[in-house]
Design a protein around this ligand. Structure first.
Ligand code: PLP
Length: 432
């Protein structure tokens, strides 16, 4: 379920108050107050998250699921409590949440495990994950490379064919084409919930319906949705979902793979090693059930605990209200950019459901120049292809400038950014 209701947003006073929790937002850059519009790349972290990680190292640090001592038991409890917090956040069971380093690792885990199943690993239980010649993997033309390259590799290793759902001129998915592409050969459909370039929200229910009607598995890249929208993996009906902690107020180095329990327990492991087995002989091993089956080696304990604290923070503010706040900022961004001469916003215009993110091209000005000009004024944006080269190629551009907001972004900051873009156009127009 996604919520972008306009009814209950964050008030300007609330945003001002919660900004105090993010000390970095008080920095000055190039003589100006920082305007951080790069949360789509990585979010800033509140004090409660930094404190959670620090407290863990000050008082509880130990390896989890191994030691017989009190500190190890305490660390294990904190680690598993964080898993419960994240599971509740997305409507899953605890044993359906696997810790990964980031979303990229989560997608690679599923793709490589399917590759292992294709080699016969995992026995009869894993047969439903096996691919070979004649089978198809379906993605979309708007994927981040993290949700494209692992599937290209899987196709290359198994002989399966990779197909994609193309984009309409307005940046929405061609659902008519999707219905023709997803068929009896489709084994897996992997797509992004929210585009990291367009900010648009894809119709998950329709796509899941098409995939499940032909018995295909669905992996949802929730990297740009989990931080910004209420996410319930069960009501969305997806089989797997991934997201990254660092985009949702947590530190780098921690991500999440959600998988339906019966699927995770049938999927052969990806990484193998310590802490994921029941028995090992010199000839082979028996693996633990999920999630431990996919958590080989020493775990990311402080990062998991900090992600739990980040989820607590987001939940206290309210995901529905964050989504409403960002939808307003997104509208302001798109309307404001569209009104500037020479600026083309990629994707659908105002009126399409979106998060607070917009990417744009400025005629005759390279995105790196736009980014540099804005940085001189303390405004941080992302420039380049945003790890989505095929999408940029589809729109006939090599790179764009992206502004992305979060719960701590103010309307004044968006207005300052818009004024900065208008100034950029005037400046480069005068110096062309
Ligand atoms: N998918 C989407 C839509 C993203 O925006 C990103 C990061 O920008 C990723 C996947 C990869 O995330 P990470 O680099 O944290 O693994």
């Amino acid at each position: 379920m996604t919520t972008t209701s306009l009814v209950d947003s964050l008030s300007p006073a609330e945003v001002d108050r919660l900004r105090l929790d993010f000390p970095v937002l008080g920095e000055r850059v190039n003589g100006h107050p920082l305007v951080y519009l790069d949360s789509g790349a990585t979010s800033q972290k509140p004090l409660s998250v930094l404190d959670a990680e620090r407290e863990y190292y000050l008082h509880e640090n130990a390896a989890v699921h191994r030691g017989a001592h009190t500190l190890a038991a305490l660390a294990t409890e904190r680690f598993e409590d964080a898993r419960t917090t994240v599971a509740r956040f997305v409507g899953a069971r605890d044993d359906e949440i696997v810790w990964t380093s980031n979303a990229t690792e989560g997608i690679n885990l599923v793709a490589y495990a399917m590759g292992n199943a294709s080699l016969g690993r995992g026995g009869a239980a894993a047969a439903r994950f096996a691919l070979g010649e004649g089978d198809e993997i379906v993605v979309t033309e708007m994927e981040h490379h993290a949700n494209l390259l692992p599937w290209q590799e899987l196709a290359a290793r198994t002989g399966a064919t990779l197909r994609y759902i193309p984009l309409a001129d307005d940046g929405t998915l061609r659902l008519d084409e999707a219905a023709a592409i997803i068929g009896s050969r489709t084994k897996v459909l992997a797509f992004t919930h929210v585009s990291n370039v367009l900010g648009t929200i894809n119709p998950v229910a329709e796509l899941v319906g098409l995939a499940h009607a032909v018995g295909a598995l669905v992996l949802l890249d929730a990297c740009q949705s989990a931080p910004h929208l209420s996410l319930d993996v069960v009501s969305l009906g997806v089989d797997f979902a991934v997201f990254s902690g660092h985009k949702m107020l947590a530190p780098t180095g921690i991500g999440v793979l959600y998988g339906r329990r019966e699927l995770l327990n049938a999927l052969p492991p990806f990484l193998t090693g310590g802490s994921m087995i029941t028995t090992v002989t010199m000839q082979g091993a028996e693996y633990l059930p999920a999630p431990q089956r996919f958590e080989a080696g020493t775990q990311k304990v402080s990062q998991s605990i900090a992600l739990g604290a980040a989820v607590d923070y987001l939940t206290a503010v309210g995901l529905g209200r964050i989504a409403a706040h960002e939808a307003e900022l997104g509208r302001r961004l798109v309307e404001g950019l569209a009104a500037i001469d020479g600026v083309r916003v990629l994707g659908p215009g105002v009126g399409h459901e979106r998060v607070g993110l917009a990417s744009f091209d400025v005629a005759g000005i390279h995105s790196h120049d736009v980014g540099q000009f804005l940085d001189d004024r303390g405004i941080a944006v992302r420039v380049g292809h945003h790890c989505a080269q095929p999408l940029h190629r589809r729109f006939g551009v090599v790179s764009t400038t992206r502004a992305s907001t979060y719960l701590y972004t103010t309307t004044d900051e968006v207005d300052e950014f818009l004024a900065g873009v208008a100034e950029t156009v005037t400046f480069f127009g005068a110096h062309a």
